[in-house]
Design a protein around this ligand. Structure first.
Ligand code: CU
Length: 158
């Protein structure tokens, strides 16, 4: 079978790019521990408000010095609306939604997660310096979506 040299060139070029992109994903996963920002933990959205994991909303200090923040994202607010965490310590956010898909974006930081009903979104980040951050919902969730925001206050670490 005759294959035109130009066609052959582009076939190999396309195959080469696929190999290059696929290996960059594998390289990133192993050498930079790159992984999706969440984990698979399910929850019944209809009972999320009374689920023991979300019974106490807010900031909890763990015995090992880490900080956990439990947040409910709902139409059209975050509970709690104001979060205070210490600077320089890992903070793990655990967020779920009892109604529709929401976003949980801590503006001007690397904290960002999509909150899908039925799942617990979790990510850990550290805030180096004290300051104030705006938390916004970045998934259109209904008529009051533009009102859905919260405040994160990073305080001088103890
Ligand atoms: Cu929204």
């Amino acid at each position: 079978m005759h294959v035109d040299p130009y066609e052959k060139f582009w076939m190999f070029a396309a195959a080469g790019l696929i190999v290059l992109f696929a290996s960059s994903v594998v390289y990133g996963a192993f050498s930079y521990a790159g992984h999706p920002p969440s984990h698979v933990e399910t929850i019944d959205p209809s009972t999320a408000r009374t689920d023991p994991r979300f019974a106490e909303l807010g900031v909890v200090e763990k015995p090992d010095g880490s900080v956990e923040v439990v947040v409910l994202a709902q139409m059209f607010s975050f509970m709690p609306g104001e979060i205070r965490v210490p600077a320089g310590r890992p903070v793990t956010f655990r967020v779920t939604s009892p109604d529709v898909i929401h976003g949980f974006q801590i503006v001007a930081s690397n904290g960002n997660a999509t909150i899908v009903p039925g799942y617990v979104s979790q990510f850990t980040t550290t805030f180096a310096k004290p300051g104030e951050y705006l938390i916004v919902c970045n998934e259109y969730c209904g008529l009051g979506h533009h009102l859905m925001s919260g405040r994160l206050i990073v305080e001088e670490g103890a």
